[in-house]
Every structure is written in C-alpha cells, then in structure tokens.
Design a protein around this ligand. Structure first.
Ligand SMILES: *Cc1c(COP(=O)(O)O)cnc(C)c1O
Length: 406
C-alpha cells in the first residue's frame, strides 16, 4: 500500500478511515501506537539547539507539545475539516471553547454570544471573561435585522452555535459569519452537533470551528476532549495560546478519540436516520405540541438545515402539549432504554428534562407553536443511540402512557 497522494478529493467515508494514518506515525500497524512521553530525547546538544527554532506538530520537542498519537488525531481532524490549516486538541469541549476565545479576545473587547449557546459558554463569558475585562453581550441569532446593530468598535469576536443548545434553532451561519467578518470580528462556531461531516464550517465562512470530541467523535461515552480548527491565519494563534496555557491531551485519550473517529460517519448516518424516525413518531402523537428537530420536514430550522448542512445527528428536543413538570419527569423516569444524564453522541440513547427559559437573555422560550401556542412548555431532549428504532419507539410509547396517567 503506497501513501495516498490525492486525499483531498476522496469522499468523506474514505477520509474518515484513512485520516491521520501516516506511516511515520503508525509504523507497521494500523493505528498509531500510544506514545506516552514527557521527555523527548536528543542525539546531542547540537540537535537540542537546532530544534529550538521549530514549533510544529510532527516534531519531537517535549511532552506538552504532544507526540505521534496526538499529532495523528490533530492531522485526522484537520483532514476532515475543509479549509483548515491545523487543529488544536483540548482536554474537554469546554476548554476548546475557552481556549479558542482566549486566542482571539483581549481586555477591553466585546464578545457577542448567540443567546442559545451551550450554558457553560455563557457562564465563561459572564464569569471569567468579565473578570478578564471582556464584555459579553447576548444576541438573537435568528434576528438578522437586529444583528448588525449589535456590533460596536470593540466587538472582537462572535460565538455561534447551531442548532441552539437544548432548543435546537438553526440560524443562518454563513450570513452571521459574513456580517461578523465585514465588521472586523472573528466568528467562532461551536459545531459539536453536526461535526465537520455535517457542517463544513470553514468552507461556509466561519473563522474558527470547534467541537466537543466528548460527543460524536468519542462516540462511546468514555472520553472528554475538544478541538478547534482554523485556517492559516488563525490556527497559529490558537496553537500559541494553547501552548501558553499549558493545554495538553493524553496519548491514551487521543487513541480513544482516533478509534471513535473511524466509525463517526456510520454512526452519524444511522443516528440521523433513527432520530428522524422517532421525531416523526413523536410529531404524530397527541401528547406532543412540537418536535424541535431540524432534520424533520416542517420543523423549525428545517429549511436552513437543508440548505447549509450535509448531515445531522441523533440529538433533538420536543415539547409536551400541556401537562406539568411532574408529568414530564414521570415520562423520563418511565423510559427503560434511555439513560438519564448529560452529554450525548454516544452509542446509547439518553433523555434529559430541559428548561431553556432560565438560560436565555433575549430569545423567546417557549417557542411559538402552530399547534398550541399557549401550551405549557415542558420539554425533553433525546439523544438517539444505535438501538433498534422499533424498540425505542415502543419504549417511548409506554412512557407517554405514564405521562398521561396524571
Ligand atoms: C457537551 C458540549 C460542550 C462541552 O463539551 P465537554 O467535553 O463536556 O466539556 C460544548 N458544546 C456543546 C454544544 C456541547 O454539547
């Protein structure tokens, strides 16, 4: 087998299998071995001195800069992100968010944050960044008329996330990123939901894209990690800040992420299909006022999802028609095949009661529903795993019976 020369023109499924598997890192085996190392050794003092001028992945220096296992993962993630010059990995998804923001923000700056962003992202803005001298302002990513006016001279960056955390709104990411650029601000996208396979962010005009690898890439609920990728201009800034902050990921974890990555395309495809089937089932039920699933025709955000995204995943939410919070909790407790817990993107299904109202500054919750605009808004987020959809639907059906039994 010779080295593949024309990697960029291969299809995604093929890239996911081959990405990062450089012979110099894998040797005679399929996967890069786990290189556990703090100290890297030099042949001589001359070699030590000569190396000082270099700072790049793929070059031995010291453990904090990684070794072939981590480099192979970064290389693979870069290969899967069209337009990326490089990728930095972080010990959690949240640290990818904070690391990327600290790479582009300075005291005195203003950061615009999408009002439906992941809650710990909001907390970082209101907590750490406030102490650091950066002002965080929330905006409604669905209001393209108001958005340009949210910028001021000090706006240095915009944090986007789509679909929105919990409430699943899809915004016009290319347009929001284009306007940010025209205002001289850097756009940063939390692309955990779609991953690079479902939304090629840099190609769509975003400046920095990041993912919680904890979710889809890990895929097996046993790993915490994040990554951020950017083009030639911003990647060096990401990398420099990560090095200054002492960010490092263990080679054992990098190997787990690489293992998860190899089945990413298959799992996303299957989970998207299953989620759509279950979303359609829920839509047909009288107990459900609204299904918040961008893959579902007619659901909020479906048109933009169809226009901009190349894939989906297993994560969506739905709103009960009436009922109480206790009824909602009884539904979740009655589920037998869905675990109750945070995170998502694993092979197993999860359910979570959600309350977005407490973490919105400018966006409306509950969402407007054609079916029943006055419905009390008790909602659940489902992460659909790889179980049989017939079994999952039967499980949901019996849990809906428990919801009705009030
Ligand atoms: C889970 C999640 C994160 C954070 O990832 P961790 O690895 O748990 O820190 C960030 N963004 C989104 C959208 C997430 O769902």
């Amino acid at each position: 087998m010779s080295d593949v020369k024309d990697f960029e023109n291969l299809s995604t499924a093929t890239k996911v299998v081959g990405a990062g598997r450089r012979k110099e890192w894998t040797g005679a085996v399929v996967n890069p071995p786990i290189w556990r190392a703090s100290t890297h050794l030099y042949e001589s003092t001359a070699a030590l001195a000569a190396n000082a001028q270099y700072n790049e992945d793929g070059r031995f220096f010291y453990g904090r800069r990684g070794a072939p296992t981590q480099w192979a993962l970064c290389d693979a993630l870069t290969a899967l992100e069209p337009g990326a010059a490089g990728t930095v990995i972080y010990p959690s998804g949240l640290s990818a968010i904070t690391g990327a923001l600290l790479a582009v923000l300075n005291p005195g700056d203003v950061l615009l944050v999408s009002d439906n962003a992941y809650d710990p992202t909001r907390a970082f803005g209101m907590g750490f960044l406030a102490d650091f001298g950066v002002e965080t302002r929330f905006f409604d990513p669905l209001d393209l008329d108001a958005y340009p006016a949210a910028f001021c001279d000090r706006t240095a960056a915009v944090l986007l996330e789509a679909p929105g955390s919990l409430s699943m709104e899809v915004c016009d990411i290319p347009e929001l990123a284009r306007i940010a650029r025209s205002k001289g601000a850097i756009s940063v996208l939390d692309n955990t939901w779609a991953s690079a396979l479902g939304f090629p962010a840099l190609e769509r005009g975003v400046d920095i894209t990041l993912m919680a690898l904890t979710k889809h890439v890990g895929g097996h609920s046993d790993l915490m990690m994040g990554c951020a990728s950017a083009g030639a201009e911003l990647y060096p800034r990401l990398r420099q800040r990560a090095q200054q902050l002492g960010i490092v990921v263990s080679p054992d974890d990098a190997a787990l992420a690489l293992r998860g990555l190899r089945t990413l395309a298959l799992r996303l495809e299957q989970q998207t299909r299953s989620a759509l089937t279950i979303a359609q089932f829920l839509e047909s039920r009288a107990e459900v006022a609204q299904v918040l699933c961008p893959m579902l025709p007619g659901a909020p955000g479906h048109d933009l999802w169809t226009r901009d995204f190349t894939g989906g995943c297993g994560l969506f939410s739905f709103v009960f028609r009436g009922g109480s919070a206790q009824d909602r909790d009884r539904f979740v407790d009655a589920l037998g095949l869905f675990g109750i817990g945070f995170s998502w993107g694993g092979y197993e299904s999860l359910a979570l009661p959600i309350k977005p109202a407490g973490i919105r500054a400018v966006m409306a919750w509950p969402p407007a529903s054609d079916n029943d605009p006055k419905a009390d808004c008790h909602a659940v987020r489902l992460a659909i795993g790889l179980e049989d959809t017939g079994d999952l639907i039967a499980d949901i059906e019996q849990a809906l019976a428990a919801w009705r039994a009030s």
